[in-house]
Design a protein around this ligand. Sequence first.
Ligand SMILES: Nc1ncnc2c1ncn2[C@@H]1O[C@H](COP(=O)(O)OP(=O)(O)O)[C@@H](O)[C@H]1O
Ligand SMILES: C[C@@](O)(CCOP(=O)(O)OP(=O)(O)O)CC(=O)O
Length: 446
Amino acid sequence: MSSLRAFSAPGKALLAGGYLVLDPQYRSYVVALSSRMHCVVDKQSDNGQDWFTVTIRSAQFDNDEWKYTICKHSSYEIVEVNGKVNPFAKKAVEVLVNYCQPDPRETEELLLEVFSDPGYHSVGESTLKKNGHKQFRFHSSTITKVPKTGLGSSAGLVTVLTTSLLSVFQPELDVTSPRYQRIIHNLSQIAHCQAQGKVGSGFDVAAAVFGSIIYQRFDPKLIEDLPAENPSLYSAALVDLVDSTDWNFTHENVTLPPGIRVIMGDVSSGSETTKLVAKVKAWYQQNYPKSLDVYENINRGNLAFINGIEKLTLLSSNSPASYQETLDKLDVGADLSESAEIDQLRKAVIQIRGNLQLITGESGADIEPSVQTELLDCCVELNGVITGVVPGAGGYDAIALIITEKADISGQTSGKKDFSAVTWLDLHQENTGIAEESPSHYRNLQ
Ligand SMILES: Nc1ncnc2c1ncn2[C@@H]1O[C@H](COP(=O)(O)OP(=O)(O)O)[C@@H](O)[C@H]1O
Ligand SMILES: C[C@@](O)(CCOP(=O)(O)OP(=O)(O)O)CC(=O)O
């Protein structure tokens, strides 16, 4: 018997709050993107054994597959049958199984098929396959060999795997219910954090679940204190942490003002966030308390950015005519120093970027390397561009521009030397977090 469900979760861009968001005291602004990670889950018949298997297939990446057998003695044992490694997939399975505590003798074989939207990876030599509903790029290399654009593929992966598996053990699961969103968030956050080696703030997982948000992280000790080395206590502690603990974090839903969108430009390189974070942390310690002043300056810029977006939204509803006039002026590249809101946003970003450039120079972490500075400086001169940033950890990941709905960035940049390194990604900001999809929309891709 086959029983299918499908879920998807968005990628993200951290427009303000990089590095600071690792500390629970600082607010960040995250937009969810139209590029989404998907998973179709299928239950197959019970194998009649005292173990069951979870197969995770990612056909887009040279038919990647990870097959885990799960058995239970004093605790759950999860083994990949071919020795293939995918820490994010494995941890998602491990955390979910420890939370739901299924009886392996009564559990069906599970197949989870993963699909990722084109924006997550550089196009390279890939082939596009589509049906009437979805389109995905198929690459000839395994997942770890295909260059990423930095939209948070691992957070999306863990979130859709967690949701799909949870739907098997809790069939009443409803992803629109705040209670289930909280459970999915907590489980995904634990699995992602453990797989990633506990370096991230979790903003990517939070956006995958809740969509575009102002995010302030949870106390990392919540996850660190799980008795990971003590299997007999682990499951109970996990259930308590997921169901009965106040994580005390902020995930306030936000949306960009009407007529304004985000565009991202891939420079086909990618960055290693963990290395950047390590360098910035070392710089912070060595330069304290001056580093605290730098962080406080960035934070003032971040808060002014968030407030500037809110002011633009207010202007759009309180004075639609003057708001439209502002957008029209942006579209023709007119002087906007008279617009308090645009001026505030631009100055906030200059303040953030200036301080990130300072950290780049002093720490050796390429947060805003000079090629990206030059590229952003050229981008902000284009018609329709409000401002631009290196999102998240920065480096050579895709840049993000905040632009008007009408701005024709491709048209203005195509064939120009200054922009020759950039590929504009076919994506936009979208508020929706985790969502249920129709399994039939993933069939017959050609
Ligand atoms: N479509 C996918 N199928 C299977 N695993 C994936 C997929 N996308 C991402 N992953 C997992 O996530 C890892 C990439 O995570 P990471 O380096 O944190 O990048 P990102 O910044 O995109 O999250 C991959 O090596 C793989 O383990
Ligand atoms: C440095 C950070 O604050 C922001 C990193 O943002 P990215 O968007 O660069 O993230 P990755 O997808 O993990 O590469 C670390 C964090 O908050 O996790």
